[in-house]
Write a protein that binds this ligand. Structure first.
Ligand SMILES: O=C(O)[C@H](O)COP(=O)(O)O
Length: 215
């Protein structure tokens, strides 16, 4: 049975400042670097064979730290990127006007075709995240990949595996450097395909991690 580990990158400067990142980027904070070191220490115990990461800077940096600890190379996959947040990228959460806040709320309150102007819908992001996860099925027998991605992207992936629509209201918090695990199984009793084994484990971190939008 294929086990795939899912890790959200370490805390970034804009996470800490409550600035929307989307597919824009900011560097890991000192805390984020420490979180990455700690998740790498845990990853060393998991038998990881591949580290595959979103090509944004914050995920690449986190993946480099994990891959070094596991003795493997990093492979980049742009399908693992965070949701494209359109015109609200780089904006501080605390400066959104009512209309702008309404755009953002569409993404997390169950609006099927909700999107921020010039941004991506949750359904579009879900499709590319599942494509990236399913690509792990083509890895050699015995592989154990670890994917490094983002808060909303991973939240959408795990929620849709649980059977919620991509645009369902998010009630799953995936903090910086949390570890989730999904398994691909063929079973006559349980759901065949992807199942969620763990979601949002932060027991390897020594400091409280922030959620994706410091809510
Ligand atoms: O755009 C954002 O800020 C996100 O929702 C958080 O993204 P991140 O997981 O890449 O920090």
């Amino acid at each position: 049975m294929l086990q795939v580990y899912l890790v959200r990158h370490g805390e970034t400067q804009w996470n800490a400042q409550r600035r929307i990142q989307g597919q824009s980027d900011s560097a890991l904070t000192e805390k984020g670097e420490r979180q990455a070191e700690q998740v790498a220490e845990r990853a060393k115990t998991l038998g990881i064979t591949h580290v595959i990461a979103s090509d944004l800077g914050r995920t690449r940096r986190t993946a480099e730290i994990i891959a070094l600890a596991c003795g493997v190379e990093v492979t980049l996959d742009a399908r693992l990127r965070e949701l494209d947040m359109g015109v609200l990228e780089r904006r501080s959460l605390d400066t959104l006007n009512e209309e702008e806040e309404g755009w953002r709320r569409q993404l997390v309150n169950g609006t099927a075709d909700g999107r921020i102007p010039e941004g991506e819908s949750m359904a579009e992001m879900s499709e590319r995240m599942h494509a990236a996860l399913n690509a792990c099925l083509d890895l050699p027998e015995g592989s154990r990949p670890l994917l490094v991605s983002h808060g909303m992207a991973l939240g959408c992936l795990v929620s849709t595996i649980l059977g919620l629509p991509a645009w369902a209201e998010r009630r799953l918090r995936l903090r910086n450097c949390s570890i989730s695990r999904v398994d691909h199984q063929q079973s006559p009793w349980l759901a065949s395909g992807w199942v969620v084994e763990t979601a949002g484990d932060i027991s390897h971190l020594d400091a409280p991690a922030l959620d994706e939008l410091q809510r």
